[in-house]
Design a protein around this ligand. Sequence first.
Ligand code: PEP
Ligand code: MN
Length: 243
Amino acid sequence: MNKDKLIIAGPCAVENKLQLYNTFKSLNNHIDFFRAGIWKGRTSPKSYPGYGLKALPWLQDIQKKFQIPAAIEVGTASHVELALKYDIKTMWIGARTTVNPFSTQEIAESVRNCDVEIWIKNPIISDIKLWIGAIERFSRCGVKKIKTIYRGFYSEKNIKYRNDSRWDLVEIINKKYSEIPIIFDPSHLSGNTNYIENLVKNTRQDLINGFMFEVHNNPKEALSDNKQQLTPEEFKYLINKFF
Ligand code: PEP
Ligand code: MN
C-alpha cells in the first residue's frame, strides 16, 4: 500500500449495529480512519436523519478494540459534547455547515483547546472565502490538527458529476495553508460509483494527502447516498490498484 496517502472510509451513515460492524470489519486492515455519519444534515426532512447518539457506544467500541480512530460529522456544539463523551475526537464539518459562520464559530468554540482533529469540508457553494473563514475560526480556537476535505461544489448546470470539480480552488487552499493536509472525497464529488476509479486515477496527487471513500456493506439498500457508496470489494479493488 502506498502509505503516502491517508485512507479514510466507511458508510455515509450508520443504519444499524450489524451494518456498522460488518462494514467496518471489511475495511479494518486498509484504513487510517473509519468514517460513519450518525447525524445527517439532510436537505429534506423526509430523508434518513441518521441513527443518532445511540450509535456512539458502538463507535467507541470499534475505536478501542481495533485502535482505529472513528470520525463523525458534527453540526452543533451539542454534537461535539456528545462525541467527546464517547471519546470520538475526530470530527468533520459538513459542506452544508461550512457555509454558516454562526455554526462554524459555535462548533469551533466548543472544541477550544481540546485535543481534537477537525476536518473541514469545502462549502457547498464555491465561495472559497467561506472555506477559508471556517479554517481560520478553528485555528483561532487553538485547534492544532486540521485537515480540509475537497468534495466538489453545487452547480445549477447539468454536469456529469453530482458536484462540480474545482481543482483551481483546491490549489488556492493548498498555497495558502501548505501545512494543512487536503483529503479528496470522490464519493461526494461524483455521486456515482461508476466515476470513482477515474477520479482517483486523475487526482491532482500534488495537492492531496489522502482520500475519503464512502463504503457500505450493501450499498443498494443504503438509506442515504446509495449510488455513490462502494461495496467493500470495489473499495479493496481500488486500494490494491492504486495504493
Ligand atoms: C458526508 O460526508 O456524508 C456528507 C454529508 O458530506 P457533504 O457534507 O460533503 O455533503
Ligand atoms: Mn454521504
